[in-house]
Design a protein around this ligand. Structure first.
Ligand code: PLP
Length: 487
């Protein structure tokens, strides 16, 4: 006879899971940061067919420890310094739990008024926290990639080319479209252009200055050149906190170019926007009030578990024109905002809850203190690198991410890329810290991104000590002819 999990089963299972989660969040540091399993290991440890009969929650939780956890790379580890960190903070986890329990779908206002209205309120709180002067239309999306795609779609729609109705293919009346972004912009911009039929050739990457910031003079020259050659410029996508170095494009000057040429300005502040909640950092978003759209990822540096992108626009009508499509079965008579009209997806989950919980349970003062602390640690690390002859810093540090390269004496210049790559693998192989890399001026460069809620000075100094020790050892073996340098 079949039986279903009932309320009592839930209470008992949830009790043990909450204990498990609390212990994990308290002790995430005790795990190796980077999962150390071979490809296929987790899969091979799982049965290939589902159970026909109910299993007790305790044995499922045992399997989490036995099978799942060894295959987890711990983004919740305070020594996770790769990419940009994310924090599964306790308030954020509570928000996710409640969201799953309520199981709302906010496609229309009436399918859950609280979802639509909390989303509006919490995004307005975030806007005020970041110091944006005037009200903006805000909507929660899953990722920055999707939000940038939506911005490009709205910008394209605003050109009045009727692409929504007629599409782009085979139209002799349609010039080729161009979007502009910097050579340091995130790859999601190109992906969005691919998805929208603009294509990779339709993305013109503007060169950057010595600090990896878009050159507005070259942007303007590119727009003029393209116009003369028959391209139709659509929008400019600037970045506050680029992925490799966290550089900040000069938004006011870029906004001037956009104004002169009638172009939509979208700002990708996925990482950097969070810094603006600290009053003394407000200028990182200077000029963004002139942007047509801006996105910020609270799932990166504001302690909200992935996924959560805050997308703001001054031109919601253009966004709506790009996406609204209302079949009879979704038609409503009320004059409310139906969030399905402002993006690709119909169904939407109650993400606003987790940002609401985070802001309320931390309070803005604590959130500011954590961000301030991360930025101070990054400055300390930058100074330590500057003082060490065996390392060099590869970029300015406007936020909390430091780019560096080992340059040990005796290792030839042409070996340095390989040396730094091996060094990174050695440090990551300890399980005590996790760094990632990028390429700057065609040189392989390491990144230490400080952004986890629980990262303390000691974690940063330990990562730095690991780097120095392994660089010394590696350099010694590199110089020994028989060792061949590379392990
Ligand atoms: C500047 C920037 N924009 C966009 C993205 C893409 O973010 P998401 O994973 O939310 O799509 C990233 C990811 O790191 C990023 O650094």
């Amino acid at each position: 006879m079949s039986s279903r999990p009932d309320g009592q089963t839930f209470r008992e299972a949830a009790g043990s899971l909450v204990e498990w989660i609390a212990a994990y969040l308290d002790h995430s540091e005790t795990y190796p940061v980077l999962a150390n399993v071979e490809p296929g290991h987790v899969k091979a440890s799982l049965p290939s067919i589902p159970p026909a009969d109910p299993e007790p929650f305790a044995s499922i939780l045992d399997d989490v420890d036995r099978v799942i956890m060894p295959g987890v790379t711990h983004w919740n580890h305070p020594s996770f310094f790769a990419y940009f960190g994310i924090t599964g903070s306790a308030p954020g986890v509570l928000g996710e739990m409640l969201s799953a329990a309520l199981n709302l779908n906010g496609m229309l206002w009436k399918t859950s008024p609280a979802l639509t209205e909390l989303e509006e309120v919490v995004l307005d709180w975030l806007r005020k926290m970041m110091g944006f002067p005037s009200p903006l239309f805000g909507i929660v999306m899953d990722t920055a990639s999707i939000a940038s795609l939506c911005a490009m779609a709205a910008a394209r729609e605003a050109l009045g080319l009727n692409i929504r109705e007629r599409g782009m293919a085979g139209r002799s009346d349609l010039p080729r479209l161009r979007v502009y972004t910097s050579e340091q912009a995130h790859s999601s911009i190109e992906k969005g252009a691919v998805a929208l039929g603009i294509g990779l050739e339709g993305v013109r990457k503007i060169p950057t200055d010595d600090a990896y910031r878009m050159r507005p003079d070259l942007l303007e020259a590119a727009v003029l050149e393209d116009r003369a050659a028959g391209w139709l410029p659509v929008c400019v996508i600037a970045t506050v906190g680029t992925t490799s170095t966290t550089s900040i494009d000069p938004i006011p000057a870029i906004a001037d170019v956009c104004t002169r040429h009638g172009l939509w300005l979208h700002v990708d502040a996925a990482y950097g926007g969070a810094a603006a909640i600290v009053p003394e950092n407000r200028d990182v978003l200077a000029g963004c009030e002139r942007a047509d759209s801006v996105l910020v990822n609270p799932h990166k540096w504001l302690f909200v578990p992935i996924d959560f992108t805050a997308f703001y626009t001054r031109r919601p009508d253009d966004l709506r024109r790009a996406f609204s499509l209302v079949p009879e079965y979704l038609r409503t008579d009320d004059a409310t905002t139906n969030l399905m009209d402002y993006g690709l997806q119909l169904g939407r989950r109650f993400r606003a809850l987790k940002l609401w919980m985070v802001i309320r349970m931390f309070g803005t003062t604590t959130m500011q203190d954590v961000i301030r602390g991360h930025m101070a640690m990054a400055q300390e690390l930058a100074h330590a690198i500057d003082d060490d002859a065996e390392f060099e810093r590869a970029a300015p540090v406007p936020f909390s991410t430091v780019c560096l390269r080992a340059v040990p004496g005796g290792v030839p210049d042409e070996d340095l890329d390989r040396f730094n790559e091996v060094l990174m693998h050695r440090v990551n192989g300890t399980g005590e810290a996790y760094l990632s890399h990028t390429r700057l001026k065609s040189r392989l460069t390491l990144r230490i991104a400080i952004g986890h809620l629980r990262t303390e000075r000691r974690h940063v100094w330990h990562a730095w000590a690991l780097l120095r020790r392994h660089a010394r050892e590696l350099a010694a073996s590199w110089r020994t002819p028989n060792a061949g340098g590379v392990p």
